[in-house]
Design a protein around this ligand. Structure first.
Ligand code: SF4
Length: 310
């Protein structure tokens, strides 16, 4: 793949938070300047690497706490990585936390212009797109009311309308669309498909496997901040190779008979780094799984899984 084909390149990306048991420990850490460690480490994301091509749609799935939102926030620049690099080529539009990027005291109209400017559009470019934005958002006279008076559905409609009308090179969508009604979601998915077919790259977090199958070319599965599996969406979801992917699919809405993930999760704070973090829940676990960290291995064309017992 040539560099010109790449929209996003993520290399060895990690994000670590310091967890202090007592507020005084934070102060001691500052005063002693690292001579003693008063915190424990929580790696929200650890050694994540992948690429997204231009016009490719990649879904990200995993339970809460798997690092999905952290990864999206790092790519959009909302937070900074502890280590690793991100290369994003082109204009990024992101629909993350509901209403983020909107000033609650401004009207919808004012927020359209504010967001458009933040996304790099001139006033004239926003003027040219304004009617299309309001037509898509379909919030009528509310466009001249402060957005703090909006329902969550109205907020997401306006936010989505702004993001897609700027025709981004990269579109990042978290669970935000889940608050819209079914008809609006359908219109959003149609709009996203249109953008992707015109060359926009999509990173899409969802708990709905049917939507991921429909919208995405590849899927990445995260567990406790690590990539468990990444591969073509059909193959990875219909014939998953990693035990966690199999357990996750069986536990998600849309599976034939949703079940609970077995066992207790490994604590994400100071976990054993030289072990498979899924070992405490894995029916296939063997002694080597608690003594060695699995790396991603090729299991098919563009399909990798991180398991010692493939
Ligand atoms: S490495 Fe071992 S514990 Fe981890 S997923 Fe594979 S079999 Fe299960």
């Amino acid at each position: 793949m040539s560099d010109g084909d790449i929209a996003i390149r993520v290399s060895s990306l990690s994000k670590c938070y310091h967890i202090y048991d007592k507020p005084a420990d934070r102060l001691k850490q500052t005063l002693l300047r690292g001579r003693r460690q008063y915190y424990r480490e929580f790696w929200a994301l650890k050694d994540v690497s992948f690429e997204v091509r231009r016009g490719e749609a990649v879904g990200i799935i995993g339970r809460n706490g798997s690092g999905k939102s952290t990864l999206l926030q790092l790519i959009t620049g909302t937070i900074r990585p502890t280590t690793g690099e991100i290369e994003a080529n082109g204009r990024i539009a992101a629909l993350l936390e509901l209403g983020s990027g909107f000033n609650p005291d401004f009207t919808g109209r004012e927020n359209v212009y504010l967001n458009g400017a933040l996304l790099g559009l001139t006033t004239e470019e926003i003027n040219n797109r304004f009617d299309a934005i309001t037509a898509f958002a379909d919030i009528g006279q509310y466009i001249d009311q402060p957005v703090k008076t909006y329902s969550s559905g109205m907020l997401v409609r306006l936010a989505f309308a702004v993001q897609v009308q700027i025709e981004p090179d990269i579109l990042i969508v978290d669970e935000a669309l889940a608050v819209g009604d079914a008809l609006f979601q359908k219109r959003c998915f149609q709009q996203i498909e249109k953008l992707v077919s015109n060359g926009t790259s999509l990173l899409f977090v969802s708990h709905d496997l049917d939507v991921v199958r429909l919208m995405c070319d590849r899927v990445m599965v995260l567990y406790l901040g690590r990539v468990a599996e990444i591969g073509p969406v059909g193959e990875a979801l219909s014939a998953p190779r990693h035990p966690y992917t199999r357990a996750l699919i069986a536990s998600m809405p849309g599976s034939a008979a949703p079940v609970q993930l077995p066992g207790e999760a490994t604590s994400p704070i100071d976990p054993a780094m030289n072990a498979c973090l899924f070992a405490s829940r894995c029916a296939n676990a063997a002694p080597e799984c608690t003594a060695e960290r699995p790396e991603l291995l090729d299991v098919g064309h563009e399909h990798q899984a991180a398991c010692l017992r493939l």
